[in-house]
Design a protein around this ligand. Structure first.
Ligand code: AMP
Ligand code: MG
Length: 403
């Protein structure tokens, strides 16, 4: 059986995903979520003509030269709500963001005056229309402020809230169940007997799910029997939009995922031309709930999540499927696994405006210490057997959202 490339497998999983049903959420909870429909401005921005400067509101025709002196009608601070009138031949003192008095067409900034409060002397002629922010010059009422499919970030909040939105229709965060498998596993904090290890994948995958912008809805563990695994999967499925398992997918004797699903229709097992993370399983445990069966070695589980699960979950969330891999220069060479893509752990460092990367930790997929010492992944194609110093590498940070 020919092995799939990592790209082929990622594409296959993403293609099987459907976008989650939309929900209405308050804008305060919408960061990181994707708009299901365009958002239109409830009112225009700015909402009224206002001053862009601290200074004086005038008719430009009253201040045509330096040394003009006008009586000051009073002061308009920001937040004043009464409608004011500018009488010809007078000025209002006005602050940034304060509403223009009717009849005024220009602002003269305070620095170009003597700053008077009873009367004001101007050092220069007024420029018609200067320093006035016009109502609607930024956004018109009814205008689309954010397009559908926008992933709401901090930079969108001003336009959203400023133009009157209080809630938005979004695709929610996928709720994810994480299930570890293995008779050797003990929960964190439990003393270990010889041959036992602490279950580190469940906490790691939970952290990966959250770091990637999704929600952990369930964390469970199964021993190495098909019965126990199926029971945990059944418990998790109603609570989650997707299930991730680790372990039990390789060719050994006690492989609960294989035992539970192999030969059936629900989950199929593949070998991917990738190191680490060759054995993978994927299927649906009910009509809507996909199950991603990842290998148990911690580095393999992390790489599988970043390469396959995160793109699939992003698709469910309405986000772009593919991660935006960047480019870094290899500062030293290394030999890679022939015939398979290598997803190497690297340390990425800024070099002025560019990025450098060096391989970090060994290639063994059990090396959690080495993984912790890396801050990124480098994707080396199967055809490449050796990376040389100076080569361009495709890299992805492990400090962000893996997208
Ligand atoms: P498996 O894929 O179940 O054969 O597991 C491969 C390796 O990963 C074994 O050395 C397991 O002990 C280890 N492993 C499996 N699950 C976990 C886990 N949840 N946390 C840490 N190591 C694990
Ligand atoms: Mg196992």
């Amino acid at each position: 059986m020919t092995m799939l490339t990592p790209q082929q497998y990622a594409d296959r999983l993403a293609a099987a995903m459907r976008r989650l049903p939309t929900q209405q959420v308050p804008v305060q909870r919408a960061r990181g979520l994707v708009l299901a429909a365009p958002v239109r401005a409830q009112h225009r921005l700015p909402g009224f003509d206002n001053s862009a400067m601290d200074g004086y509101a005038v008719r430009a025709q009253d201040v045509t030269a330096a040394d003009v002196v006008l009586p000051v009608a009073g002061c308009i601070p920001a937040g004043r709500t009464d409608r004011l009138q500018l009488e010809p031949g007078t000025a209002w003192q006005i602050m940034t963001g304060a509403p223009m008095p009717d009849g005024a067409d220009s602002i003269v900034q305070v620095e170009l005056t003597d700053g008077g409060t009873e009367q004001v002397r101007f050092d220069a002629a007024a420029v018609p229309g200067a320093s006035v922010r016009r109502a609607g010059e930024d956004v018109e009422a009814g205008q689309v402020v954010l397009q559908a499919d926008t992933r709401i970030g901090a930079r969108h909040m001003g336009a959203l809230v400023g133009s009157g939105a209080t809630s938005v229709e979004v695709t929610p965060r996928p709720r994810v169940a994480v299930i570890s498998t293995g008779d050797e596993l003990q929960a964190p904090g439990i003393p270990l007997q010889h041959g036992q290890i602490t279950d580190s994948n469940a906490p790691m995958l939970s952290a990966l799910v959250e770091q990637a912008g999704f929600e952990v809805a369930f964390v469970g563990h199964s021993d190495d029997t098909a019965e126990a695994l199926l029971a945990v999967v059944q418990e998790a499925a109603p609570l989650a939009d997707a299930i991730i398992t680790t372990g039990g997918v390789s060719a050994g004797e006690f492989e609960p995922l294989k035992a539970a699903f192999e030969g059936g229709r629900a989950v199929t097992f593949e070998r991917i031309a990738m190191q680490p993370g060759k054995p993978q399983g994927f299927g649906f445990v009910d009509e809507t709930t996909p199950l991603f069966a990842l290998p148990g070695n911690p580095v393999s589980a992390l790489v599988s999540f970043v390469m396959f699960v995160a793109p699939a979950l992003r698709t469910m969330a309405g986000r772009p499927t593919s991660a935006r891999w960047g480019t870094a220069t290899a500062v030293e060479g290394w030999r890679t696994s022939p015939g398979r893509a290598q997803i190497a752990r690297v340390w990425i460092e800024a070099d002025g405006p560019y990025l450098n990367a060096r391989v970090s930790g060994g290639p063994g997929s059990h090396l959690m210490g080495g993984l912790a010492a890396a801050n990124g992944l480098a994707w080396i194609d199967a055809e490449v057997d050796e990376v040389r110093a100076g080569d361009s590498l495709r890299v992805l940070s492990l400090d962000g959202e893996f997208d």
